[in-house]
Write a protein that binds this ligand. Structure first.
Ligand code: NDP
Length: 284
């Protein structure tokens, strides 16, 4: 299998359709141009056997940092000098920053989500339901708990992953976490403040896919968030809007993790609107 094919498969898995350009690169470079920053964001494929050399090479070549994705998010930690708090709790890094000559690993996925959520509500003291228990759910769960949510309910199809995430949240964070196996139509508990889809249900090309939940139990007072970036207008987003809920789509999380990365690397707070417009163009 050629390297090019591997890379394209990664992009396809993340965004649900073959995409010739890395959307994150397009988004970040749009911000660099807009702010007159003489910086570049490159997409470089690195195989698992070359990861250590690539991390040293990035330092030798004067990189200020890098993002990394599957399959490197856990393994890369061995080659870094330190971790931010949430990356350490999650055991996964997607953004590396050079600070005083040292590589520090951060996880900006959950922080990006949190920034989007805070545009609508403060998670402090809130009851949160999260569908999913994969990487996105873990990043969001840890960050929402660090931000002061009091209760998190994990709803997941496979019990193993669901229980593992619930235990992590319950044991390591100041939140009360519970796990519900997703075996039938889910009724949203009354008093749920925030409901989050962190599964891949709804990702292109499964445009008709719907979360198996009882929409009659969705209150207009619940803030609803979906992580799916492509298409951002999922059935959940549409159903929740029709119910009168305030809604966050998956582009918000993607844009905000980019905003945080750029701030880490360059010190500049980029304009999220420019970045979102660049992404919308990529996804057509
Ligand atoms: P993972 O593969 O780690 O986890 C996938 C999750 O979805 C699991 O909980 C899985 O359940 C669940 N799932 C998948 N299909 C179904 C189904 N048919 N019915 C019920 N549950 C299902 O993926 P990630 O967590 O890394 O990513 C999840 C989504 O988040 C992706 O679509 C990705 O595009 C998006 N994402 C968006 C970001 C953004 O910035 N907007 C950032 C990161 C991710 P089970 O454990 O039972 O298999």
């Amino acid at each position: 299998m050629s390297k090019e094919l591997n890379f394209k498969q990664e992009l396809t898995a993340a965004f649900g359709q073959p995409i010739s350009e890395n959307p994150t690169q397009v988004m970040v470079e749009a911000a660099y141009r807009h702010h007159g920053l003489d910086w570049r964001y490159l997409t470089i494929e690195v195989g698992p056997d070359d990861l250590e050399t690539a991390v040293s090479g990035a330092k030798a070549m004067g990189f200020q940092g890098f993002n990394c994705t599957i399959p490197h998010k856990v393994k890369v930690i061995e080659y870094l000098d330190g971790l931010g708090e949430s990356a350490s709790l999650m055991g996964a890094v997607n953004c590396v920053v050079r600070k005083d000559g040292k590589w520090i690993g951060e996880n900006t996925d959950g922080k990006g989500f949190l920034a989007s959520l805070r545009e609508l509500t403060d998670p402090q003291g809130k009851k949160v339901v999260i569908f999913g228990a994969g990487g996105a759910a873990r990043a969001i769960g840890v960050e929402v708990a660090l931000a002061g949510a009091t209760e998190i309910m994990i709803v997941n199809r496979s019990a193993g992953r669901g229980e593992e995430l619930t235990t992590l949240l319950d044991d390591k964070l100041p939140v009360s976490a519970s796990f519900i196996p997703w075996e039938k139509t889910f009724t949203i508990p009354s008093g749920t403040d925030v409901l989050i889809n962190a599964t891949s249900i709804g990702l292109f090309p499964d445009l008709e896919a719907r979360l198996d939940l009882d929409l009659d139990s969705l209150s207009p007072d619940t803030v609803v968030a979906d992580v799916i970036p492509n298409p951002p207008d999922t059935n959940l987003v549409r159903d929740a809007r029709a119910k009168g809920c305030q809604v966050i789509d998956g582009l918000g999380m993607l844009v905000n993790q980019g905003v945080i990365g750029i701030k880490h690397w360059t010190g500049v707070d980029p304009d999220p609107k420019v970045m979102r417009a660049a992404l919308e163009e990529v996804f057509g």
